[in-house]
Write a protein that binds this ligand. Structure first.
Ligand code: OGA
Ligand code: NI
Length: 345
């Protein structure tokens, strides 16, 4: 299986090979309704501020962002721009390595520490995606490819910083639900030495006919939160009130979305957001996401505190590990995994 990058770099590709033509939602790609509405912005420095009024206003904003969008941009997060730039550069260099250097990570399984590949699940995907990926389990056990040589150091630092941000956001989210600030972190053991963090780097090479191919089809993420940044090229779209909204991140911001385990834990109050990545003909796009979840053996089920006032349990509990296996066993498609756990009430 060739990577898309190799395909594009092979001479004279002027059209999309038929195996990449995304028929299902082709009309959707053409006819999308994109609103220019600004997405919620969370000032991280206010969330962690000692001024109780600013903090509580920010928590309200955060709660509304989770309720209405499942998506927000985080500014003033304190992660140095240089670290972010280095992280993007090292990731690009990884994808630029010779195929033989990357081969040791190809064809690996879900829980192997490092794996790279193309599409989502190239064994079962009927249509191939215009996307190559690198996935690294970075916590509780830190892993890093040995090439490029500077990658490991930057990756370790970046992953630590994003874990810290996730921890703080989850405190604010807990409070926005009327729970103790440490509720989610304690219950899900996020921020503990065992919490799970998966880094997913996406490479979307330029595509000669971007309207015919798809980078990542509509899907929701596993985990509680995903924290994403990109190399300056846009392509992310989130579903909001039935429309696709193209995301143009503010400089130096992180893009954050709620995942399926947030939806399960909150018994459906904070739903995971459906999003997708479209491709372009001009420049390679790299995005780097980190998914933050509990330890793999944790059963995630709705919080009893959120099942009051006659609201019944809306989702079955599931071990985090089993959910990841379920998602990876199929083609990526909307919220189809979560549908397995919904209880009719
Ligand atoms: C993902 C994802 C979006 C992007 O990796 O799950 O949704 O913009 N990525 O690359
Ligand atoms: Ni995603």
């Amino acid at each position: 299986m060739y990577s898309v990058k190799e395909l594009v770099e092979s001479v004279g590709l002027t059209s999309v090979p038929s195996s990449y033509i995304f028929r299902d939602t082709k009309s959707d790609v053409h006819c999308m309704h994109v609103q220019s509405e600004t997405v919620p912005i969370i000032d991280f420095s206010l969330l962690t501020s000692h001024d109780p009024d600013r903090r509580s206003e920010t928590i309200t904003r955060l709660g509304n962002a989770c309720l209405e969008w499942g998506f927000f941009m985080v500014i003033n997060h304190g992660v140095p721009e240089m670290l972010r730039d280095e992280m993007v550069r090292e990731t690009e260099s990884f994808f630029d390595l010779r195929e033989e250097d990357k081969r040791q990570y190809a064809g690996k399984k879900l829980f192997d520490p490092i794996r790279c590949g193309t599409s989502f699940n190239s064994n079962v995907d009927k249509t191939l995606l215009w996307r190559d990926y690198l996935k690294i389990h970075v916590h509780p056990h830190f892993n890093a490819p040995d090439k490029p040589s500077g990658f490991s150091k930057v990756l370790r630092e970046y992953c630590q910083k994003t874990r810290d941000i996730a921890g703080e956001l989850l405190k604010g989210i807990s409070e926005s639900l009327g729970l103790e600030s440490g509720y989610i972190n304690e219950k899900m053991r996020v921020g503990s030495s065992e919490s799970h963090q998966l880094l997913v780097a996406n490479m979307y090479p330029p595509c000669p006919q971007p309207e015919l191919a798809m980078g990542l089809p509509p899907h929701s993420d596993h985990g509680l939160l995903t924290i994403l940044m990109q190399n300056g090229i846009d392509g992310l779209q989130v579903m909001h009130e039935g429309n696709w909204v193209s995301i143009n991140p503010l400089p130096n911001s992180f893009l954050v979305n709620t995942g399926d385990h947030m939806e399960i834990l909150t018994n459906g109050k904070y739903k995971s957001v459906v999003h997708r990545a479209v491709v372009n003909s001009k420049a390679p796009r790299v995005s780097i996401g980190t998914a933050h979840g509990p330890p793999l053996d944790t059963v995630v089920s709705p919080a009893p505190e959120l099942m009051t006032d006659g609201v019944g349990q809306a989702y079955l509990g599931i071990k985090y590990k089993n959910y990841l296996e379920l998602q990876q066993s199929k083609t990526l498609s909307g919220k189809s995994c979560l549908d397995h756990l919904r209880l009719s009430i």
